[in-house]
Write a protein that binds this ligand. Structure first.
Ligand code: GAL
Length: 416
């Protein structure tokens, strides 16, 4: 009889055990631009190193509306992925459907409650149990610029107010370049609009208007001034901006075709992926009027109930990996965001990230820390979608007057 060596037997046992514990994780996300894809590839590497199979379910479309549509059809057909990029109040809605897995065992073993700001941890729970894992903290109210373009146009410094911004934009236009790189998609219009509301009205007004959806704030003179400022910005974008993807707008700044872009710091991921150096090839600053405020956007993965033990084990490993220090560092270095896990060493992070991290802490104390309405952090998805449409219609159609837009905003905010 063929004598199997002890070593071969041991190897077979280990392989067998590993194979039994190895599972497949299908992950739905919308990170398909250069910087985004590089970032999510790090999670794939970690899971493959653990012996799991990574099934990449990427749905292109910045801001995630396309991904949300595809996810709904998968869940309705009873075939959800292991994990999906879901964040903010939408987590509560999905959990309310009874389709999300309970992650408390992993959360307890990994001590998540002690590793997260309470506000973030609470957002990941449904009725006190974890159902999602946070990935990062993005700052939405960032402005990006090409220093060469500013120099060519005679703009001495990054504008801190809208008066300074429009003066700089006029100089860039006069120099024959695009002052404001913009992608004409509804979520990008909304991103710019929330920057304007924050810059014109301040954090308390932003909270009253776009978080509390207070009709008095939505109907106020400050909102009127916000819409007027928002429309004035349109005149500094280029005619080809309609439908442009956000990362192509970032590329316009990168290539020196445009001076500024208002975009969350995932735009930094594009500059870094192209080998650009912050402070030298591109500049970052708070959007005009918002240096004392911080609109946060915490990406997260909600975990869906799965049938097989192997898949559940792989899902638990995925959850633990996302909150691990290794992933928190390498992912956020590529993504342009900062780690959501507390007490991480930011030595490898650049000055834009260090500014974001400092401001995150300072604004949490000052009241300047606000959930991003445009990125699913502030209001229920139905109201967010309705407001996004009103804002985009105003941006696209000069025939929509400011009073009309304000009236539409009030009714959109009431959408259940
Ligand atoms: C945001 C998302 C970011 C980034 C951006 C562009 O909603 O939170 O991680 O991907 O969309 O797609």
């Amino acid at each position: 009889m063929l004598k199997i060596s002890k070593l071969a037997m041991a190897a077979a046992l280990v392989l067998g055990a590993t194979a039994a514990l190895a599972g497949e994780v299908e992950v739905l996300h919308y990170w398909t631009s250069g910087g985004e894809a590089k970032s999510v590839a790090e999670l794939k590497k970690i899971m493959q190193a653990k012996g799991h199979v990574w099934k990449d379910f990427a749905v292109a479309g910045g801001g995630g509306d396309n991904a949300a549509t595809v996810l709904k059809s998968r869940v309705v057909s009873g075939n959800p992925p292991a994990a999906a990029q879901i964040k903010g109040p939408a987590i509560q809605e999905w959990a309310g459907e009874g389709v999300l897995a309970n992650l408390d065992a992993t959360a307890k073993a990994e001590k998540w409650d002690s590793l997260l700001p309470k506000m973030v941890a609470d957002g990941m729970k449904y009725k006190g149990s974890y159902v999602a894992v946070p990935v990062n903290v993005h700052r939405v109210n960032f402005m990006w610029a090409n220093p060469e373009v500013l120099k060519k146009a005679g703009v001495a410094a990054m504008p801190k107010t809208y008066d300074e911004f429009f003066a700089a934009a006029d100089k860039i236009k006069k120099a024959g370049l695009v002052a404001l790189a913009h992608g004409g998609q509804n979520w990008q219009d909304f991103t710019t609009f929330e920057d304007v509301v924050l810059g014109v009205g301040g954090a308390k007004f932003y909270n009253d208007a776009l978080v509390k959806l207070d009709p008095k704030a939505l109907n106020s003179d400050t909102m009127k001034k916000s819409f007027e400022t928002f429309r004035k910005l349109k005149g500094y974008t280029d005619a080809a901006s309609s439908g442009r993807d956000w990362n192509l707008a970032t590329a316009m700044v990168m290539k020196g075709e445009a001076g500024f872009q208002f975009m969350g710091d995932w735009a930094k991921g594009e500059f870094l992926a192209a080998g650009k150096v912050p402070g030298k090839d591109f500049l970052c600053a708070a959007a005009p009027g918002t240096s004392g405020a911080y609109t946060f956007n915490v990406d997260s993965f909600a975990m869906f109930k799965l049938k097989s033990a192997d898949a559940q084990k792989a899902q638990a490993d995925l959850s633990a990996a996302i909150m691990g220090t290794g992933f928190q560092e390498v992912f956020n270095l590529n993504k342009g965001s900062i780690p959501v896990r507390l007490n991480m060493d930011l030595a490898k992070f650049d000055d834009c990230a260090k500014l974001s991290s400092k401001d995150f802490v300072d604004t949490a104390k000052s009241g300047g820390l606000q959930p991003s309405a445009a990125h699913g952090m502030a209001v229920r998805p139905a109201a967010e979608g309705a407001i996004k449409d009103v804002v985009s219609q105003f941006w696209n159609d000069d025939k929509v007057s400011v009073p009309d837009a304000m009236k539409k905003l009030v009714s959109a905010a009431a959408t259940q």
